[in-house]
Ligand binder design. Structure first.
Ligand code: SF4
Ligand code: SF4
Length: 491
């Protein structure tokens, strides 16, 4: 049976020298962090998967209704025209992540990232339930094929595919809502080809990731993991090994290392507290040895803390040989929580929150767009100069709205055809109608700006769009009119 090599800093434990994959069989850790992670992981799974079910303001709390170009976020409804606000939301989350990483290291990776949460709290428990603990899993992987092994593999991968399909369906519900997913499930795949293809591909991708790829995503692909060294410094909270306390390592047994009351070492040679049991390595889901120092593969899952604490308790030694601390803390220096990097991230975060709050406060319950119709920019007949536009009014509210359309600061001779009186737009709907502006030929003296305004009847808000009224060179119009007049006289 292949045993993993001793992890070093210049190799990746999961990749053999010939480049092939070495699979890990991380042992289970037991302790306070494992318990807390289990609780928070199950809560997050419930949270991620229940968002499409929980309604806020009549809509799922997160409903990215792409078909109707509406985004419902915890009671806020954004139209496609408001998508620019998502920029502030995403950059705000980015700054928040920078801020948290600078303070608390990879707390996101170990505690909240969907990759870790689903792997550690859904897929690994299935594996443990069917294949057994790490020793049994390793033995089963090395064993020749037998009916029992085939049955276990079938059961495990069948459950993986089932769980992946459930997650994918609920993920699709973020985009089309739960009732729509349910309707699609009962219809023939041919009726919803694109959704069916999405489900098939996404289920396959999840299955591949959680059944086979696993920690490789964190080690090789995730860009956030690569950013760690830039975001953290010597005062960031990390999971590390206390070299000053642990070294030199000894391999003496618990009884010999220290008396039961922990007071007096009885081994012959002076030794650190690390007994080189390798328990911290065995539980590590990325296969690294935390005693080699901070490594990019460490996802901050805290399994090695629990593993080492368990050993220390058995040896009647203080816990915390592997613990949360800063690099300065591990060196015996004071951890500085407030530092220039934190100040910069705080300012960026506050600026992001302020701008996002302002942007959301400018949200209006409607949107208007006025665009010139394709074709000639203007039309001239014997009486008038005309410009033709298409006006689009979008109702972003979930109830019908009545709008009044008017022209502002325009020459008194300018008249509008279309959008007369009150315009009623259905909930989350829109209407698109021609808006024709015209003015008598003799009054046209060159291009000018027109403001098209849309407001509600109560006057609580109004939106304006500027368009340009175009026409031919007025001198040509005058000459043509004079010519027509001359011809009229001579006739
Ligand atoms: S070194 Fe410790 S915290 Fe980091 S991934 Fe391994 S077990 Fe988790
Ligand atoms: S679990 Fe603790 S004692 Fe055992 S090898 Fe790791 S650091 Fe040393």
């Amino acid at each position: 049976m292949e045993q993993p090599p001793r992890p070093t800093l210049d190799s990746v434990t999961t990749i053999r020298d010939d480049g092939s994959r070495r699979f890990l069989f991380p042992a289970d850790a037991r302790g306070i962090f494992s318990l807390l992670r289990r609780a928070s992981g199950l809560f997050l799974i419930a949270f991620y998967l229940s968002l499409p079910w929980i309604k806020v303001g009549g809509y799922p709390s997160v409903f990215l209704d792409v078909a109707n170009r509406r985004f419902h976020l915890f009671g806020f409804t954004l139209a496609a025209q408001d998508a620019w606000l998502l920029f502030f939301l995403i950059t705000g989350l980015g700054f928040l992540l920078f801020f948290l990483t600078a303070l608390f290291g990879r707390v996101w990776c170990g505690w909240a990232c969907p990759q870790t949460v689903f792997l550690d709290h859904l897929y690994r428990p299935i594996e443990r339930w069917i294949d057994g603990d790490a020793v049994r899993r390793r033995a089963l992987a090395a064993a020749p094929w037998s009916p029992s092994k085939a049955a276990k593999r079938l059961a495990k991968h069948g459950l993986y595919i089932l769980v992946s399909a459930v997650i994918t369906h609920l993920f699709l519900a973020y985009y089309v809502s739960v009732p729509e997913v349910w309707a699609m499930m009962r219809a023939s795949p041919g009726d919803n080809w694109s959704a069916f293809a999405f489900i098939a591909v996404a289920t396959g991708a999840l299955y591949f990731n959680y059944a086979w790829f696993r920690e490789q995503l964190c080690i090789i692909i995730c860009p956030y993991g690569r950013l760690q060294s830039a975001l953290q410094d010597d005062n960031s909270l990390i999971i590390g090994y206390d070299t000053r306390r642990g070294e030199p390592r000894s391999t003496v047994s618990a009884g010999k290392a220290r008396a039961a009351d922990g007071s007096a070492a009885v081994s012959a040679a002076p030794a650190g507290d690390c007994v080189a049991c390798n328990r911290c390595v065995n539980v590590c889901p990325t296969g690294i040895d935390i005693r080699n120092g901070l490594q990019i593969e460490c996802i901050g899952c805290a399994a090695c803390i629990d593993a080492c604490d368990e050993v220390m308790v058995k040896l009647h030694r203080p816990t915390g040989l592997v613990r949360y601390d800063s690099l300065n803390g591990f060196q015996g220096r004071k951890t500085r929580w407030f530092r220039p990097r934190i100040a910069v991230y705080t300012v960026l975060l506050l600026a992001g929150i302020s701008v996002a709050s302002w942007a959301f406060s400018t949200l209006r319950p409607a949107n208007i767009g006025v665009t010139r119709m394709v074709g000639a920019p203007y039309i001239v007949d014997i009486h008038t100069v005309r410009n033709q536009f298409l006006a689009r009014i979008v109702n972003k509210r979930t109830e019908p709205q009545r709008f009044v359309v008017s022209l502002e600061l325009t020459p008194p001779e300018l008249t509008a055809i279309g959008f007369s009186g009150v315009v009623v737009v259905p909930p989350l709907g829109e209407i698109v109608e021609p808006l024709i502006l015209q003015m008598p030929r003799p009054k046209y003296n060159g291009p000018f700006q027109v403001w098209v305004s849309v407001g509600d009847e109560a006057g609580s808000f109004h939106l304006r769009r500027q368009v340009e009224f175009l026409g031919p060179d007025p001198r040509l119009l005058r000459e043509e009119e004079q010519e027509n007049a001359r011809q009229g006289k001579s006739n």
